[in-house]
Design a protein around this ligand. Structure first.
Ligand code: 1GP
Length: 251
């Protein structure tokens, strides 16, 4: 089963997914050991690996993570340097909310031959930056403006454009460590208009915020920062996502 089929299957049975985002630069040996311990008890639905700027060896990191988990390990690359053949798939991202051609198509042209050569599953993903209340790394590194968080019509039109262009996933991103996560109204409006799975991330650092994103309609919620600070929270966050799945199937 491909990673995309795995996502579609879970979505088909109304199961919400938690993606644990691991930035290789943020996991030193001590943190990695803690991560390994927690993963013995709690497994997320997916592991994403990447960051706006990664200096560590992503391929090696992915290999180590794969020894700990029995769920797909998916690259979430900030740029082409983070391609790693050991991953199960790569989010083939185009920053469709931005107007910087380098992140709309430039990086993708450089990455495409390597993706073909490696033979890794590439999942076309429309990546949308939504203003999260402060300048985040992704905004700075991509040199692109986020969509204002109250411009729901622009977010919906952008998401629709992504779907019509043939993208398989949409990623609504407030940016790592965002002060404000993507507003519920934006999530709900986008989910209402598109039929492809919707990922939401950025600033989801409490169970309440995770549940709210999930209840607004996100299929996959991504948590990075909060779990870098305390990986033990993975258990609580997984429960929040599981109870959202149950809640939605009752509704
Ligand atoms: C960032 O969406 C992810 O790309 C996760 O954000 O680190 O704030 O959880 P956080």
């Amino acid at each position: 089963m491909s990673v995309y089929q795995y996502i579609e299957k879970k979505r088909g049975i109304g199961e919400k997914m938690l993606a644990l985002l691991l930035d290789p630069d943020s996991y030193n040996e001590v943190r990695f050991e803690q991560l390994a311990e927690v993963l013995k008890r709690t497994m997320p639905s997916l592991v994403f690996v990447g960051g706006s700027l990664v200096t560590a060896d992503t391929a090696l990191f992915v290999e180590r993570v794969k020894l700990l988990v029995d769920v797909p390990v998916v690259l979430f690359p900030g740029n082409v340097s983070q391609l790693a053949p050991s991953a199960d798939a790569v989010l083939f991202i185009s920053l469709i909310s931005g107007r910087n051609p380098e992140f709309l198509i430039g990086q993708q042209v450089v990455a495409a031959p390597a993706i073909r050569r490696i033979g890794i599953e590439a999942i076309s993903t429309g990546y949308m930056l939504i203003d999260g209340g402060r300048t985040t790394s992704v905004q700075y590194m991509s040199n692109s403006l986020p969509i204002p968080s109250d411009k729901v019509d622009i977010a919906v039109a952008t998401a629709l454009a992504g779907e019509i262009l043939g993208m398989k996933l949409l990623y609504l991103e407030a940016g790592s460590g965002a002060l404000n996560p993507v507003p519920h109204r934006v999530i709900a409006s986008v989910v209402n208009e598109v039929s492809i799975p919707v990922i939401v991330g950025g600033g989801l650092n409490t169970s309440e915020k995770i549940s709210a994103a999930c209840n607004a309609g996100a299929d996959i919620v991504v948590v990075g920062n909060a779990l870098e600070k305390d990986i033990a929270m993975l258990e609580e966050f997984s429960r929040a996502v599981a109870s959202c799945s149950r809640q939605q199937s009752v509704d």
